[in-house]
Design a protein around this ligand. Sequence first.
Ligand code: SF4
Length: 445
Amino acid sequence: MKSAKILEERKGSILMKDDGCCSGGGIHCDTESVSGAVSQRACVYCGARVVLNPITDAFHIVHGPIGCASYTWDIRGSLSSGSELYRNSFSTDLQEKDIVFGGAEKLTRAIDEVMETYAPKLIFVYATCIVGVIGDDVEAVCRAAEAKYHNRVIPVKAPGFAGHKAVGYRLACNALMELITPHKDIAKTKGINILGDFNLAGEMWILKNYLKQLGIPVVSTITGDSSYETLIKAPSAQLNIVQCAGSMMYLAKRMEEEMGIPFMKVSFFGIDDTTSSLVRVAQALNDEECIKKAKIFTDVNSMRMRSFLEKYKPNFENKKAAIYVGGGFKAISLIRQFNEMGIETVVVGTQTGKKDEYEVIESLVNPNTVILDDANPAELETFMKEKGADILVGGVKERPLAYKLGIAFCDHNHERKHALAGYEGVENFTREINLTMNSPVWSLI
Ligand code: SF4
């Protein structure tokens, strides 16, 4: 392993899979980023915002300097089947004077203005770095606004410096619990909640359509294409299924403990994961009719997708992929999906993966694969070049890096334009990987 660009403090967060066996000691992960290492992770506030932003009729007021709001304005391409209010972003635009004398009054005025103009049922107020320093009583302002307007105004105290993105996920989950807990005693109904899909390119609609065909109603989607009215029904569901485990496991656990709703992890990326997830959901509901339908539906579709894949496999011969995504569960799905396509994963990393997820990753990849936690651009560059990756699958921050290196790129995050979940997702992903990886442009660089 070349180490010229690797900081000494980062070495424990990078491992190369040994010949034929797992390393045993494991990777150093799930900790703060190393100072000065230029982590690709987002801040606490951004972590909270990406989880809550897809709620289509919520308002997001960013109490802080304008930079925090502009950094996250319309941050996700999450799609809506209803309201478009969430596409707006509001900021109290704190200035030096506010920082010296306090910004609480400005926040009150901002909430008043939003209520007078739009009267939303739900407002999230994010307190960012500087508010964490000056100590405005954001909770008191939100409480007063709720009393005045009889709507929900939920504070999300998320100073960016208080950890990293995963801390923001937890704060978002707490905000969601604050929203739904007053409704926890509503009567149970047949159906499930989908947690951790953000409907970035219409994936939630694909999943809902599948579940409808199996006879499984969806009570609430958290948070892709959700609304205030659908979210408050979440406590009535029989089961929570969790797609993005990194952001939503905490919510699932709290809902299980406090509302008695069991949960299961699922993945709808790739043929095998989609098939097994649909069958497992039907089995978890213990409904013979659903199980029968799930088996028929998945048999038909997986057979169809396997013959589709066969046509593309010659184009993928000897191709190598690098993966750098947010959570460990998505990385696991992507390795499996590349295996189905006949593409070897040679570099794989995540921003917020957990120890047990890295163990699964290690068990899935070939010897000499590089595994990284909380990587920076220099490390990604070093290992993608060293391993001869033909494509990088990542998010918005990784795109320029891949292009500068003359490597193909596929966005599997905020900016994707084609749905990547379910069997439709297999088709879209395969086509996109084929087109970008085999583009003649790479031979001209
Ligand atoms: S919360 Fe802090 S780290 Fe995050 S965008 Fe605002 S100033 Fe930057």
